[in-house]
Design a protein around this ligand. Structure first.
Ligand code: 15L
Length: 272
């Protein structure tokens, strides 16, 4: 299967590209950064918020065979002014979706985030059907990008999978991470499942490992074939060596943890 991975030089992109290449995928990497040393697929140094540049990449790929899917991981992974967020999450997704329609590419896997529903109080296991409830402009960007996926899935019958990723890290570092961790290997398993699930249409899943203390429902992922194998619990003894703090308690109150706190409050257009 031939896939275009955006944000291929980023933290999750590097891991996902290596994992997909190892599984035999034909990977084209796209990033604003130049090709990392040792990358074995093809590479495009391009801003995926630029629709002409994106269309040119799809045209170039067409010359050497069929592109099967896009894995859209490029974006600012943190809070920023609203216009910057919209450019980073929504414009890039729109440019890719338009190019997909133009070039007949039928599947996109999008790195959404738990922060799309981050303001949801943490009580029962969080289901994929909960209404959008962003905790930041970052979360607003993810909600809007998910809405775009839904629109293109309905209009053009594109398979569009939004993985609301938790805490993608080599190892959990805090009490919250014991619930929200997504291991490197599970991230690859998740993307592989999203790329190969038969006829998923539009789907939302939570991107976490098989954490004993998971706050979010793994069933939507499992129904797509995502079987996580890692569990943050293996790191619990180390993480819990330090006594529980007020920060831990605040982070446990809402899905989005720290992003819900006043430290993240800012005017939407400040610094734009
Ligand atoms: C995310 O979506 C962010 O990109 C990352 O910075 C973390 O905040 C992560 O979620 C998380 O919730 O731990």
């Amino acid at each position: 299967m031939r896939v275009l991975v955006t944000g291929a030089a980023g933290s999750i992109g590097t891991v996902v590209c290596a994992g997909l290449l190892e599984r035999g995928y034909d990977v084209a990497g796209l990033d604003m950064a130049s090709e990392p040393e040792g990358f074995t697929g093809s590479w495009f140094t391009v801003d995926c918020g630029d629709p002409d540049a994106v269309s040119a990449v799809f045209g170039k790929l067409d010359e050497s065979g069929r592109l099967d899917a896009v894995v859209h991981l490029a974006s600012i992974p943190d809070e920023a002014a609203l216009p910057v967020i919209l450019e980073s999450h929504v414009h890039t997704t729109a440019a890719l979706l338009d190019a997909m329609v133009e070039h007949g590419v039928n599947r996109i896997v999008f790195a959404s985030s738990n922060h799309a529903v981050g303001r949801t109080p943490r009580t029962d296991l969080l289901r994929a059907e909960v209404p959008p409830r962003p905790d930041t402009f970052y979360g607003v960007g993810k909600v809007a990008a998910e809405a775009l996926l839904r629109l293109y899935a309905d209009r053009y019958a594109i398979d569009a999978l939004a993985a609301r990723i938790g805490s993608f890290l080599p190892e959990p570092e805090s009490r919250r991470h014991l619930s929200t961790w997504l291991s490197h290997d599970d991230a690859v398993r998740m993307v592989h499942a999203c790329l190969t699930a038969p006829d998923p249409g539009f789907a939302v899943l939570y991107g976490i490992s098989a954490n004993t203390r998971a706050w979010w429902d793994l069933e939507p992922g499992r129904s797509l074939g995502y079987e996580p194998e890692d569990d943050a619990e293996s790191f619990a003894a180390r993480v819990e060596q330090a006594p529980e703090t007020e920060t831990d308690r605040v982070e446990a109150a809402h899905v989005g943890g720290p992003f819900v706190t006043e430290a993240y409050y800012r005017p939407a257009l400040e610094g734009a």
